[in-house]
Design a protein around this ligand. Structure first.
Ligand code: SP5
Ligand code: ZN
Length: 363
């Protein structure tokens, strides 16, 4: 398997409000380091993309702005410098929001606030998405891995059917104008835009198997009939306001959104039942390009998850996906997963199953 990693993804390190305490964010650089170490000891083809030129970065940002508002991206790029210049934080500190957008009984459309503190809340929906002096650099590197993964699949001489992008920060909670859940740019949405440059009318499936519902990805494609978003996630868990089975898409996109919530504490058997439904949906949709938003916060020991999934189960999950959607080109995007000591083995187990190295008996 081709695996993409960029050391710039390790630069972002922030704090979050968790359990009523501000502490170092669980989403930390050692998550990626643990996976890279495991991959280096394996047969997988670990690659670091070439440093993008200014022109490459402009193209990346233009593609990102197909699904994200330019003023939001500008905020990610400039807010930290503004806070430091205004003497509000030291250069090694993080911006965290103080006041979020609220509905005001829908009497007025929220406008971008003039107040510098208020803007941090206008462009975020929670307090786990601090902005540091390195956040934008890491976020661009992370998004670039998603872009490069798709580009590799479109090069015939690569002869690859799947690429894994070790994205960090993750992306699936971020919608077009708000960071949240450790996410700043939606890497899955970017991969869709890149694939569409090559295959304009493709039917694209997104299978989100992070423990949390990918509210951002759902939002971005909610009325898009050519992108099927399917998510298996903890019911009534973060991000709390999305992920219900009743959310099935809007407008032309009705039917192109499938939420499969699972009760906290669900067993692997219960998980597999939802996975079969997810794969059925993706096949019926006529998926010809697959994105997998992969999180290991479904692991039984994860501090943010509650499913009963063990390392070997990831082989079964991956093999079930691959056998069901055989020969479809795929990009796997790394999302959550917070038990550092098990991330490497969980990823290797997943890749082993994906490559169908004797996990399930052939039926
Ligand atoms: C990418 C990703 O996995 N983001 C997840 C961010 C979750 N942050 C908030 C976690 C809130 C946990 N609060 C305790 C709830 C116990 N059910
Ligand atoms: Zn998650």
């Amino acid at each position: 398997m081709i695996v993409l990693h960029d050391p710039d993804t390790l630069l972002h390190e922030t704090v979050e409000l968790l359990g009523a305490k501000v502490r170092p964010a669980l989403e930390s650089p050692i998550r990626i380091q643990a996976i890279v170490q495991a991959i280096q000891k394996s047969h997988h083809d670990l690659r670091q993309p070439a440093t993008p030129s200014d022109g490459d970065i402009r193209r990346l940002i233009d593609l990102v702005c197909l699904t994200h508002k330019p003023d939001y991206i500008e905020h990610l790029q400039t807010a930290h410098k503004e806070w430091v210049s205004a003497g509000l934080i030291e250069s090694d500190e993080s911006i965290l929001p103080e006041c979020f957008v609220f509905t005001n009984g829908a009497r007025s459309v929220p406008q971008r606030p003039l107040d510098i503190y208020a803007r941090a809340g206008y462009y975020a929906f929670d307090m786990s998405s601090g902005i540091t002096n390195k956040t934008f650099q890491s976020t661009v590197a992370s998004a670039n891995l998603s872009l490069q993964a798709v580009e590799i699949l479109t090069q015939p001489d690569e002869n690859a059917d799947t690429v894994l992008a070790l994205c960090r920060p993750p992306g699936h909670h971020c919608d077009g104008q708000r960071a949240g859940g450790y996410c700043y740019i939606n890497n899955a949405a970017l991969a869709v835009s890149v694939w569409r440059e090559h295959h304009a009318d493709a039917r694209i499936g997104i299978l989100d198997i992070d423990f949390h519902h990918g509210n951002g990805t759902q939002e971005i494609f909610y009325d898009d009939p050519r992108v099927l978003y399917v998510s298996i996630h903890g019911e009534h868990e973060f991000p709390y306001y999305t992920g219900a089975a009743e959310e099935q898409g809007a407008g032309h996109g009705v039917g192109a959104n499938i939420n499969l919530p699972l009760k906290p504490g669900s067993s692997f058997q219960e998980y597999l039942e939802q996975l079969e439904k997810a794969l059925d949906g993706l096949k019926k949709f006529g998926t010809c390009f697959l994105l997998v938003s992969l999180g290991f916060d479904t692991f039984h020991l994860d501090p943010l998850g509650s499913f009963q999934i063990e390392t070997e189960s990831y082989s079964v999950i991956a093999q079930t996906i691959r056998r069901s959607l055989a020969h479809i080109p795929a990009v796997i995007l790394f999302e959550g997963g917070y038990v550092i000591e098990h991330l490497g083995s969980n990823m290797l187990a997943f890749l082993e199953g994906w490559e169908c190295r004797s996990v399930l008996p052939r039926s």
